[in-house]
Each structure stands twice: as structure tokens, then as C-alpha cells.
Design a protein around this ligand. Structure first.
Ligand SMILES: [Mn+2]
Length: 335
């Protein structure tokens, strides 16, 4: 197994997870605010497994499901955590997927009192170990890959729907099997998921090649303003609310645009700055080997992975941009 945890301790960890799940009646399965492919895919896969062993399951989300994930079987069962919905919710156990800390869950966080047993499954570097069991594997490509390993240990036989959900989780979190985190085991698991009924062409078409004209126009506008800094080592893209208005696109249409920052030869790091309001921006950061963008994001209270991170900056876009460029200057010029 590709991880920092020994084979023996992972078996012990799986046994403890299994015991807690066995003892549970109703299980909350939650992931992070503004769910992505890994979040939604692993939530659906885990819920399907829990249903298969006759557990009551509550699937929640905080934030909209991007249109490209609406094809996922059962995705309509992930309920938005409105205050009214949460008021009537009862569960004794929670499986928290892909959340470095409890804040990242969003509104459902307020229901995790001390009576709830928490399983924390994540692959972020900076996970806060908030669960009764904490299974953190920062070497893993995705939580989807981790959940597959657990299912394999359990001997759970994967349906085509679960295979589709996990394939989506792994494919999206590896940038289509391209990131450094993509191991031989990742590809082996992907192969097993295809054997279990995942359809790579269908899934890829749904997620990457079903864009609306408005979203394509937004990509065009953003690329038209592309910038290179530090002798072409840093690529910067910027999205303003004006661009959204002019194209008729919505903010979810910007998901994936960060990928363009590493398309250019010689670029070692990418930055995508999205205007959020007059006084705040969201920044996504990417890098190739050797450049730790998680530490740059951490300057603003954000985080993520060594090569992929994000943060919110409470400043107007121009000021936020200057602050980010200054930090990258330290990286590239050794200031
Ligand atoms: Mn992930």
C-alpha cells in the first residue's frame, strides 16, 4: 500500500473503523464546503456501502453541486444543510471525508457534539486529527483511493454505481491521473473500478467536455489576460466579477481553470485569483515538484497539499495580488 502508515497499523485502524460503524445506527456522511469530485464521489460510495450493511445514512453538503457532477448516481440524495434540515437531524456517528478540520464541513459542524463518534478520513497534509479514529494519508492521491482500500479490506463488492463514484473521485483529484500523487496503486485501483463498471469515456465527457458556451467564453476572457512573472516561472490568471457578468457564466464555471496555469513550458507555479467581493478574493495555487504552495496559502490561513493549495484573502483584488506576488518572489528569487 502506498502510504506512510505500516501495513499492521492500517489493519488495526480499519478494524476500529469497522467496530464503530458496526455499533452505529444512523451515520452522517459529510465532506467539505463547496464539494468537488473527490468529496461527492467518496460520500456517495461510502453511503452505498453503509446502505449495503443496513445502516441509516444521512448525506449532507454545504454549497452547490457543480453541474458536471450531477450525473453521479444518487447525487440528488446529498441534502443541502439548511437550518431547517439540520434542526430535525439525528445521528450517532459521523464519517467525515476530505476535511482537514471541522470548520471545513460547514453548517453540519454544529451538530457534531461530544455524543457523536467521528471517523476522520482525509489526505490533507494539515489535518487536525479531530476524530475518534483519524485515518490521514497525505501520500494518497485522493480520499477515493483510500476508501477503495477500506472497501477492499472489507471485501465489499463494488457496484457499477460505486465504481463510477470512486473513479470520479480519483480521476478528478489526480488531474486525470497526472499529478505526482498518481501511483502504480492509483492506476491499479482505477483499473479495478473500470472492471467493476466505471466508464472512463462517459465520466470524462460529463466532467470535462460538457461545458456551457458561457463557461467557454469565461475561459477565453481569463486566458486573454494571462500573465507571466519571474522569468516565466509563475503563471497568473485572474477572474473578476466583471468577467462573470460580461459572459453570463457563474462562479462554478471557474472550476478547473487553474489547470491552465501549468500548461506553459518553463512554468513552475500557477496562481488563479478569483474576485469574491470588493474586499476579498479566493486564490488557488499549483506547482510542480519542489515548490510548496501549501506554505504560501498558509500565510493567509489557507492550506492544502504541497503542489495544490488554496486560500481566501480579505483584501481587494489588487492588494491581494501584490501580497501573493511578493510571496512568490521570495520563492523564485530567494529573497
Ligand atoms: Mn481530495
Amino acid at each position: 500500500m502506498n502510504n506512510a502508515i505500516s501495513e499492521k497499523s492500517i489493519m488495526q485502524l480499519f478494524s476500529r473503523m469497522n467496530e464503530i460503524i458496526d455499533a452505529a445506527q444512523t451515520i452522517l456522511v459529510a465532506s467539505h464546503i463547496d464539494p468537488d469530485g473527490d468529496a461527492l464521489g467518496t460520500q456517495l460510495a461510502f453511503a452505498a456501502y453503509l446502505h449495503s450493511i443496513d445502516k441509516q445514512v444521512v448525506l449532507v453538503r454545504d454549497g452547490e453541486i457543480p453541474d458536471k457532477y450531477l450525473f453521479l448516481p444518487g447525487v440528488e440524495n446529498i441534502s443541502l444543510t439548511s437550518p431547517e434540515f439540520l434542526a430535525n437531524l439525528n445521528f450517532d456517528t459521523a464519517v467525515i471525508l476530505e476535511c482537514p478540520d471541522l470548520k471545513r464541513i460547514g453548517r453540519a459542524n454544529q451538530l457534531l457534539d461530544s455524543s457523536v463518534r467521528v471517523l476522520n478520513i482525509d489526505h490533507h497534509l494539515d489535518n487536525a486529527d479531530f476524530g475518534e479514529v483519524n485515518w490521514i494519508n497525505s501520500a494518497s492521491s485522493s480520499v477515493g483511493e483510500m476508501v477503495y482500500e477500506y472497501f477492499a479490506w472489507l471485501g465489499y463488492s463494488i457496484t457499477p454505481e460505486v465504481a463510477t463514484a470512486l473513479f470520479t473521485a480519483i480521476m478528478t483529484d489526480t488531474g486525470r491521473f497526472r499529478f505526482n500523487s498518481t501511483s502504480a496503486r492509483t492506476l491499479q485501483i482505477a483499473g479495478e473500478l473500470v472492471a467493476a463498471g466505471a466508464k472512463p469515456q462517459m465520466i470524462t465527457d460529463q466532467i470535462y467536455f460538457s461545458m456551457q458556451p458561457e463557461a467557454m467564453k469565461l475561459v477565453g476572457k481569463i486566458l486573454n489576460e494571462i500573465e507571466y512573472h519571474f522569468n516565466g516561472k509563475l503563471c497568473v490568471l485572474t477572474m473578476t466579477n466583471e468577467m462573470l457578468k460580461a459572459t453570463g457564466a457563474n462562479k462554478h464555471d471557474s472550476e478547473g481553470i487553474i489547470d491552465f496555469t501549468l500548461f506553459t513550458k518553463g512554468v513552475d507555479a500557477g496562481l488563479f485569483i478569483k474576485e469574491h467581493s470588493d474586499s476579498s478574493v479566493k486564490a488557488s495555487l499549483r506547482s510542480r515538484d519542489g515548490i510548496n504552495v501549501a506554505s504560501i496559502a498558509a500565510h493567509f490561513g489557507g492550506g492544502g497539499h504541497f503542489n495544490a493549495a488554496g486560500c481566501t484573502i480579505e483584501h481587494p483584488i489588487d492588494k491581494a495580488r501584490d501580497m501573493l506576488l511578493k510571496l512568490f518572489e521570495e520563492v523564485f528569487n530567494g529573497v
